[in-house]
Structures are given as structure tokens and as C-alpha cells.
Ligand binder design. Structure first.
Ligand code: GDP
Ligand code: MN
Length: 455
């Protein structure tokens, strides 16, 4: 009993406890060192060279942006959840939801607790979502009808055109975005397939990147017939804006330049963008957008924000300022970007997409053009636009001056369009019958390409 009492005596217990706490501290230190070492050994990606940090707070002046309709709330929730699970639950960056109409109570209720940062819901001002007064409404109506009849994707949709013009010219200038430096554009119904264990916004800032993308592909030629001519005009009038270390080789093939070459239809798919807002707010970009907008061709044709952004990034930015987020596994119907190296992205447990479905392997991907462009030495695409004549393009008012097009390129572009896998998507709002539309488009395109002669 005495022995038993001695075991339970307070001094004995204290000695035991302090030994135990010493042991626990030692184990804790060991684990912490191991964790530190392990994290640092794995901190740098072998493929992208990006340093992966271990943080749990918002670090940058950045936000997510989603343009969305009230009735897309469940598709929006899917995308939000992916972004939160793969990245933002550690960082809590805010979300800005934009809409041309007021957000419904239901939309807010179903999203505001799903995001881990602050949620802001804003309505876009009318002047950023309507036809400007220089656009001829009757002409626009006729153009929409004729685009719809040709079966061009979203050809008959006016709202789609407002959306494209909005992203091209006004998104970065919304009052809710003014206080931010970077944004990440998220669309409803998109998926992320890989854990993102570093902050892409920090990556953008510390590496002086202005534009980040994941998927690139070819545009439908029939939606942007006069875009390239207008861009050529703009650069001829403003040769000082062309960056000496541009990436024009991505959008113009065969070592030609802006004024001697034609647009190869390559663009970064803008439903995913991580970019610097100051680029879209810069005087150069603003002037470029206004020049394009004066033509009215966001409405008379159907210029997309993706080619508009991509062409600007390729001409006005240093090619070093454009970044391919190769490590971000992403899907927007019908295309998937899945990073391919097995060891880093798949065997590590980081991603769960199928590398065989990676869109870079597809004929319509422009990754080949991108890599080819990068393989050229710095300054390779420097352009002296002042030597060229402004003779083969449209005026900013959209009137044809003299169309001196390269027939071979045009035919090639039309043929590319016929089998474009994006034809799988059809605009339900326009109630276009998919089969008829495709058939119609084929006939039209073959006629254009000179393969079919109309009777
Ligand atoms: P696609 O990706 O080219 O097929 O076009 P989407 O239909 O996905 O539209 C692109 C983005 O703009 C998505 O985020 C849509 O939710 C959004 N969007 C398109 N049209 C409208 C519209 O009329 N109003 C609002 N609020 N959002 C729109
Ligand atoms: Mn979409």
C-alpha cells in the first residue's frame, strides 16, 4: 500500500508528466521537421517549375468572377464547389457574381455559403449590355437572322453578342472589380480535376504574368470574318503598340506577320482565364477595344471575347507575360485539358482526369502553334508595321475597303469549321435544330469553299 501511495504521490506524478511532455515535444518536433522537409522536397513541380506553398490565407488582391444567369444556379454551384475543393478552401478569395438582370434571392441563398470567401452580387449597367447608338439595329437584326439561317453557333442570339462584348470591353471596368489586380474567370458547369496546391494569383504577380490560359483552339471563321482586317488596320495606325517580343507566331502561321499574314483562328479559350485586370484597363487595350467596337461587328458578325482577348494578348503583351497553366486539369464541355505526365499528376494522386482525353492531342487544339511560337528566339516576331499598306481591310465603320483575301487560307479555314467538334454544342435559346443546322452549315461552307457550286 505504501509503495502504491508512493507511486501516486504528487512529486512522482509531476516527474512522470514532465518526462511525457518532453517526449511529446520531441515527437512533435520530429514530425514538424519531417513535414517541413517533405513539403519542401515536393515544393517545386518537376513539370511546371512552380513552387507549391503551404498557406491558408488570401494573399493577393484578386477575385473570382462569374457571369451567370439566375436559372444557371445549379451549374454555377458545380463550378464553385470544384474551385473551392481544389483550391480556394485554403485561400478564401472572394467571388463576384455578375448578371445583366438582378440576382434572385434563390441564386444568392444557394451560393453565398458555398463560397469560402466573400460573395458579391452585381447587376451590369445597361450601357455595358446593350447596342451602342452607332449600331444600326435593323441591320443587326438582319445579320442575326442570316447567321441563324446558316446554322452558325449562337448565330441568332443577341444576348450571346452582349456577353461577348461585355467580356471584351467592360468586365474589367465593373465597379466591383476596380479594387482588384487579378481575376479568375469561372463559368457555370465547369470542372477542375487537379489539386492546386499553390496560389496561381501569386504566381502571376511574382512572375509578372498578365494572361493565363488552359485550353486553346480554333475559332469558327464565319463568326469573325472582318475581325482580322480590323486588327490589321488598328496596328497599322498604331504600330507603336505592337510589342517587340510579342507572340504573333501563335495567331499567324508560317512566320508571317500581322499585316502580311492571315489569322489562323487560334485563340485561348476564355471561359477559363486568370489574368491581370490592368491589361484590360490599359490605354492600349481600351483603344483597341473601342476601335473594334466602332465597327458594330460584335453585332453584325459575332465576334467572340476569346479571339478578341487572345489577339490582344498576342500582339500587345510580351510573350513572357502569357502563361499556360498546364498543371490545371479543367473541363468546359466538350473539351478537357488533362495534364499528361503520369508521375507528377496522376500517380501522385493529384489529378483524376484521363490523360488520353487531353485536348492538346486534338486536331483543333492550337497547342502545336503555341509550342512552335515559343521555340523561336526572343524578339523573333518583331514587326515593323509602318512598311505596310492599309489596303486590304475594312474601315472601322465596317465598310469594305478592298478585300484582298488569301483564298487558300480562307478555304482552309472553312474546311476546318465544317468538322469542328464544337458543333456538338447547340444554342437551345435559339431553338436551332442541331441536325438541320449542321447540314445547312456544311452546305454553306462547302459553297464558300468552292467545293459545291450553288445552282
Ligand atoms: P459558351 O461557353 O460559348 O457556350 O457560352 P455560355 O452560354 O456558357 O456563356 C458564357 C458565359 O456567359 C457563361 O458564364 C454564361 O453563364 C454567361 N452568359 C451567357 N449569356 C448570358 C446572359 O444573357 N446573361 C447572363 N447573366 N449571363 C450570360
Ligand atoms: Mn460556357
Amino acid at each position: 500500500m505504501r509503495h502504491g501511495n508512493a507511486v501516486l504521490s504528487p512529486s512522482y506524478m509531476l516527474r512522470k508528466l514532465s518526462k511525457l511532455s518532453l517526449l511529446l515535444t520531441a515527437v512533435g518536433l520530429f514530425l514538424a521537421c519531417g513535414h517541413f522537409l517533405f513539403n519542401n522536397l515536393n515544393a517545386r513541380s518537376m513539370v511546371t517549375g512552380i513552387d507549391h506553398q503551404d498557406v491558408s490565407v488570401r494573399l493577393e488582391n484578386a477575385t473570382f468572377v462569374m457571369l451567370v444567369r439566375n436559372n444557371e444556379v445549379h451549374s454555377a454551384r458545380t463550378s464553385i464547389r470544384y474551385v473551392e475543393d481544389r483550391f480556394n478552401h485554403k485561400y478564401h478569395y472572394p467571388w463576384i457574381f455578375l448578371n445583366d438582370r438582378p440576382f434572385s434571392r434563390d441564386f444568392k441563398a444557394m451560393t453565398e455559403n458555398l463560397v469560402s470567401g466573400e460573395a458579391t452580387y452585381a447587376q451590369i449597367p445597361r450601357e455595358h449590355w446593350s447596342m451602342p447608338d452607332w449600331v444600326d439595329k435593323q441591320k443587326a437584326k438582319k445579320c442575326l437572322k442570316s447567321f441563324a439561317e446558316k446554322g452558325i453557333l449562337y448565330g441568332g442570339s443577341e444576348s450571346y453578342r452582349h456577353m461577348c462584348r461585355f467580356f471584351s470591353g467592360f468586365m474589367a471596368k465593373q465597379p466591383e472589380l476596380l479594387k482588384y489586380d487579378y481575376y479568375w474567370r469561372v463559368e457555370p458547369n465547369t470542372q477542375l480535376y487537379c489539386d492546386i496546391d499553390y496560389d496561381p494569383f501569386t504566381f502571376m504577380r511574382t512572375n509578372n504574368k498578365k494572361y493565363g490560359w488552359v485550353i486553346n483552339l480554333k475559332e469558327f471563321a464565319s463568326t469573325i470574318e472582318s475581325l482580322w482586317g480590323t486588327v490589321q488596320n488598328f496596328t497599322l495606325e498604331n504600330p507603336q503598340y505592337v510589342h517587340p517580343n510579342n507572340s504573333v507566331g501563335f495567331i499567324v502561321n508560317d512566320h508571317k506577320n500581322i499585316t502580311s499574314g492571315s489569322y489562323n483562328l487560334c485563340h485561348y479559350w476564355s471561359n477559363f482565364e486568370i489574368a491581370a485586370l490592368d491589361f484590360w484597363r490599359s490605354p492600349v487595350y481600351t483603344e483597341y477595344f473601342e476601335y473594334l467596337d466602332r465597327t458594330g461587328n460584335f453585332f453584325y458578325e459575332r465576334w467572340g471575347d476569346a479571339p478578341v482577348h487572345s489577339i490582344a494578348a498576342s500582339i500587345f503583351l510580351d510573350r513572357e507575360e502569357v502563361h499556360w497553366f498546364y498543371d490545371i486539369g479543367y473541363r468546359h464541355h466538350p473539351f478537357t485539358h488533362c495534364p499528361e505526365p503520369r508521375k507528377e499528376f496522376h500517380e501522385s494522386g493529384k489529378c483524376y482526369c484521363n490523360p488520353l482525353e487531353n485536348f492538346d492531342r486534338n486536331y483543333y487544339s492550337c497547342s502545336r502553334e503555341y509550342k512552335k511560337m515559343l521555340s523561336k528566339p526572343v524578339g523573333y516576331f518583331e514587326i515593323d508595321a509602318s512598311n505596310h499598306q492599309k489596303d486590304d481591310v475594312r474601315s472601322p465603320e465596317g465598310t469594305r475597303i478592298q478585300k484582298k483575301s488569301n483564298n487558300n487560307d480562307n478555304n482552309k479555314n472553312k474546311m476546318i469549321e465544317i468538322n469542328h467538334p464544337k458543333f456538338a454544342i447547340i444554342n437551345e435559346n435559339d431553338k436551332i435544330n442541331e441536325k438541320n443546322a449542321r447540314q445547312q452549315a456544311r452546305v454553306e461552307n462547302l459553297k464558300h469553299a468552292g467545293v459545291l457550286v450553288s445552282k
